[in-house]
Design a protein around this ligand. Structure first.
Ligand SMILES: Nc1ncnc2c1ncn2[C@@H]1O[C@H](COP(=O)(O)OP(=O)(O)OP(=O)(O)O)[C@@H](O)[C@H]1O
Ligand SMILES: Nc1nc2c(ncn2[C@@H]2O[C@H](COP(=O)(O)O)[C@@H](O)[C@H]2O)c(=O)[nH]1
Length: 204
């Protein structure tokens, strides 16, 4: 039977740079994670594409998915639902591939209960003022939403103790290097060969 993949959960407050770090990680040739695309009831931002950035759903459709137990975790965050489709995660892990979730803190804590064997990484900002600066500079939120997200961020930051690792996102490329090193170390600790090293073993 094929060994199950590792479930990697990257979480942290809004605006810390989870999406930026994830996109950078997935653009690098030496990473081989599978990204789990989330469902949300949030309206698409400019440039976001259904089925690539998110699966965009109505509130009724999302509530139907909850009632059918189709979500590994879900949370209502600043007025919208967000959730992880369970079938994709289960299928991909059972194929022996590592699955990468980029989700907020309430959802990450639910995954911790369902998958205690997962790898939980909290992405931290260098400071709260830099966090606010990043949300403001992104320019996607109204002043009211920025204040709501900052209020949530203060509650989320105290939860970093519940994670296996805290990675500071001071520079995107450095944060990616730290995350890759953690994943490789976790594979070794669990007595498995990290996918990126398997090709070395194939050489005669
Ligand atoms: N290390 C960094 N240094 C400076 N700016 C950064 C860094 N990482 C990300 N940013 C910027 O911060 C802003 C927020 O980043 P991003 O959208 O990736 O955050 P997020 O955590 O995914 O947010 P959300 O949870 O709201 O989706 C973006 O404008 C991004 O370019
Ligand atoms: N609990 C979950 N949180 C998720 C999921 N997908 C994304 N997110 C997080 O929601 C906030 C807001 O996202 P935004 O795209 O509106 O800025 C952010 O922290 C995301 O990481 C999910 O499936 N479950």
């Amino acid at each position: 039977m094929k060994e199950r993949g590792l479930l990697i959960v990257l979480s942290g407050p809004s605006g810390v740079g989870k999406g930026t770090v994830r996109k950078e990680l997935f653009s690098q040739e030496d990473t081989s994670f599978e990204y789990s695309i989330s469902m949300t009831t949030r309206k698409p931002r400019e440039g976001e594409v259904d089925g690539i950035d998110y699966f965009f759903k109505s509130r009724e459709e999302f509530e139907e998915l909850i009632s059918q137990n189709k979500l590994l975790e879900w949370a209502e965050y600043v007025g919208n639902y967000y959730g992880t489709p369970i079938d994709y995660v289960e299928k991909t892990l059972s194929e022996g591939k590592d699955v990468f979730l980029e989700i907020e803190v309430q959802g990450a804590l639910q995954v911790r209960n369902a998958f205690p064997e997962g790898l939980f990484i909290f992405l931290s900002p260098p400071s709260l003022s830099e966090l606010k600066n990043r949300i403001v500079t992104r320019g996607t939120e109204t002043e009211e939403l920025i204040n709501n997200r900052m209020k949530m961020a203060k509650e989320e930051i105290v939860m970093m103790d519940a994670y296996d690792y805290v990675v500071e996102n001071d520079h995107v490329k450095l944060a990616c290097e730290r995350i890759k090193a953690i994943v490789i170390a976790e594979h070794c600790r669990r007595e498995r060969v990290a996918p990126r090293y398997k090709k070395i073993l194939e050489v005669e």
